[in-house]
Design a protein around this ligand. Sequence first.
Ligand code: GLA
Length: 358
Amino acid sequence: MIVANAPGRAEWLGNHTDYNDGLVLGIGLQVGATVTARPAGDRELVLRALDLDETCACELDALSPVEVGSWANYVLGVAAGFLSRAAKAQGLELEIRSTVPMGAGLSSSAALECATARALQRAWATNFDDMELAQIGQEAEHTFAGVRCGLLDQVTSLFATRDHAVFFDCRSLEVERVPVPPEARFVIVQSGVKHALSDGAYNERRAECEEAARVLGVGKLREATMRLIDEAERSGRLQGAALRRSRHVVGENARVATAVEALRVGDLVKVGQLMDESHESSRTLFENSCEELDFLAAEARTIPGCLGARLTGGGFGGAVLALVKHGTEDDFVEAISERTDRARGGVPQTLVTGAGGA
Ligand code: GLA
């Protein structure tokens, strides 16, 4: 029997930068997915999601996506990725458990993909490095779930270590683990608005970024600069959504780089400011926020001990990530719950965490 784990992740900074070949900063969470693998019938893959009490059985030689939105697609997609890389696969039963809230922007799907990838690596005795495993997970999203995501989620999940943030350059594929100052705590406040990236808004944003890059004459928005964007705006070539999306991505890349420098000198106040700016940029330029997320981020910032707050992950719902000073997290949770309760008649679910991972 093989037991493999992978954590959920929170995007600390770098919103929709990954598929633009940009920079991201993520943390692993203390919640995650666990996949237990046991040998099964010759060419069969049997999946059991224990929390949902659902089962799905497939032939290894005929793996294809099941219904849209099913958890099974992430597991099947990863298995298909192993097979397409010539893994010598044998029948398996995979038992799945997860403590990552679903639809909350914390990448329950990547945690599942990465735990599956780690389990299959051992069960099928393959030797992929962690970046390849991350790419297999990303491929599963593209081909089995229809979301053209970047690598932020899978890389953060696989590379996360305790008390470190994962700084990832999506162009060079370099990963650096940056120590998180001990006085940092994170509170994830769920908006209650379910986000489903498979509903098309995510892919639409990606297409707008690609269009902006085309107009700017660069391969990916990573290569663009504010100056290039200003010129394209002045000449009337870049307008509307493409203009706003490109400003957001270029701004986010700069914010990630600045935040990493601030972290190196322990300046959490600066990192908090960058988080606030990032949320504003998502709200006004990338337009992937929503009323509930704006409300939570604005309220969070007024609570003593909170250094900054922003939406985390794909957006259009999901959660807000607040950076708070160690020691204030309990009061923060109480205050945000109270205010949300008064304003909206429902207490949000919160998760307090340090940077988690292996
Ligand atoms: C989702 C995707 C990631 C990334 C974020 C936004 O989590 O899966 O690849 O694009 O949204 O930064």
